[in-house]
Design a protein around this ligand. Structure first.
Ligand code: URA
Length: 426
């Protein structure tokens, strides 16, 4: 079919609706390299500015799914359940959640990503476990899933290749934050992955892509609609990302905290969200007789974690890396910590070396920020509030700049608690 990309760009630039044929053609031609990056970035910017309706988003998603392979888990004896978070600071939930849900009877195929910008990536975190491998063939992935109940690994190159290319382009053209593009990007990968059910953790707040509850609602309901239309039972929780989750942001630091949760301890907000998401995943997978809180307490989730890590070459007993240098930020006054900003902490962790500026940059396993208080806690002047970790101490100044104005200490009356789970959309 003869099409030209300039007319597709002009349609969206002039606030028109793209036809099904235009969408199928442009995604296919971009994947094949016939549409150039600069043309696709103009189209992505037009979509960011002028939006897409539900039909366009559904077709765009279907075209991205069709750009690659679809996986098939129908040979597994257990129902599959997956979770996707839109990304946040200290969001290590996948680490305890996948083995927990597997311990309760579901199979959890968790295709995960790397961090870019201020949000961390699950694969970077797990790579701080000595020996652990993120890259598995489809056969290896199925084998780990079948034998341990859970697998966390990188998505293969064959899955939604159009999204791989487009996501990298959006990242460098200021077009990540478009709801139609985020929804289709996430859902094309999840639908192509072949999970039977999916729970979305849509983050809201300074450390998230969606800064307002209204935007988060729109993103969540768009994704739930896409999943449901493709036969995937999909539910979304809107959850708070105005402050970091837990007490750590950084790769090995977050693995350590996740292991604490699997051992029955860990920060209350991480445990609460892990259990809430586990309940949703089990419900969506049709498993009604399991109790995730019990599986954390009795060690069965920890058993799956150890088997899952070992099946991917990791040593669950190995010492985790520790950064060579530390710098402590002390509380400048006494009172209640009324605010601790997720975005600022995320940027500090990133600048300390936990994240990357470009896709190909390495990350430091030990770098990051350890928090010694959560909003609502009483702190005393001079007590450690944050410990910054890095192997490269020349990064401290730059990280400290991002922490200026990142917290408030005041009277208890100035503090309002925010629930971890804000809303549920099904
Ligand atoms: N995660 C994705 O996979 N895609 C997006 O567009 C945003 C977050």
């Amino acid at each position: 079919m003869a099409m030209d990309v300039i007319s597709v760009i002009r349609t969206k630039r002039d606030r028109g609706e793209l036809t099904d044929e235009q969408i199928d053609w442009v995604i296919d031609a971009y994947t094949r390299g016939e549409v150039a990056d600069e043309q696709m970035s103009a189209l992505a910017m037009a979509i960011l500015l002028n939006g897409m309706n539900r039909r366009e988003i559904a077709r765009w998603t279907a075209a991205m799914i069709a750009s690659g392979e679809r996986m098939d888990f129908s040979s597994l004896s257990r129902p599959t359940a997956d979770k996707h978070s839109t990304g946040g600071v200290g969001d290590k939930i996948t680490l305890p959640l996948a083995p927990l849900v597997a311990a309760c009877g579901a199979a959890v195929p968790q295709l995960s990503g790397r961090g870019l910008g201020h949000t961390g990536g699950t694969l970077d975190k797990l790579e701080s476990v000595p020996g652990w491998r993120a890259l598995l063939s489809n056969e290896e992935m199925l084998h780990v899933l079948d034998t341990t109940g859970a697998v966390i690994c990188a998505a293969g190159d064959g899955l939604a290749p159009a999204d791989k290319k487009l996501y990298a382009l959006r990242d460098v053209t200021g077009t990540v934050e478009a709801i139609p593009l985020i929804a289709s990007s996430i859902m094309s990968k999840k639908i192509a992955e072949g999970t039977g059910s999916l729970v979305l953790d849509v983050k809201v707040g300074s450390g998230a892509f969606m800064k307002t509850i209204e935007d988060a609602r729109e993103l969540a309901s768009t994704m739930v609609g896409l999943g449901t239309d493709h036969g995937v039972k999909t539910v979304a929780l809107l959850t708070d990302m105005s402050t970091p989750l837990g007490l750590t942001a950084g790769n090995a630091l977050e693995v350590r905290e996740s292991v604490e949760v699997l051992a029955g301890g860990g920060p209350a907000d991480v445990v609460e969200l892990t259990v809430a998401l586990a309940r949703e995943m089990l419900d969506a997978a049709g498993i009604r007789d399991a109790d995730p809180a019990k599986a954390l307490a009795d060690g069965s989730a920890m058993d799956v974690w150890r088997r899952m890590i070992a099946a991917q070459g990791g040593d669950p007993d190995a010492e985790l890396p520790v950064a060579r240098e530390q710098h402590v930020v002390k509380a400048p006054s006494s009172g209640v910590l009324t605010r601790l900003d997720a975005y600022d902490i995320g940027v500090a962790a990133w600048r300390l070396g936990a994240g990357r500026a470009r896709k190909e940059d390495p990350v430091q396993a030990g770098a990051g920020v350890e928090m010694h208080a959560k909003p609502g806690d009483h702190v005393t002047e001079g007590q450690p509030l944050l410990t910054l970790h890095t192997d490269t101490p020349d990064r401290f100044d730059y990280a400290l700049q991002s922490l200026e104005g990142s917290f408030d200490i005041g009277p208890a009356a100035d503090f309002t608690a925010t629930p971890v789970v804000l809303e549920r959309i099904a």
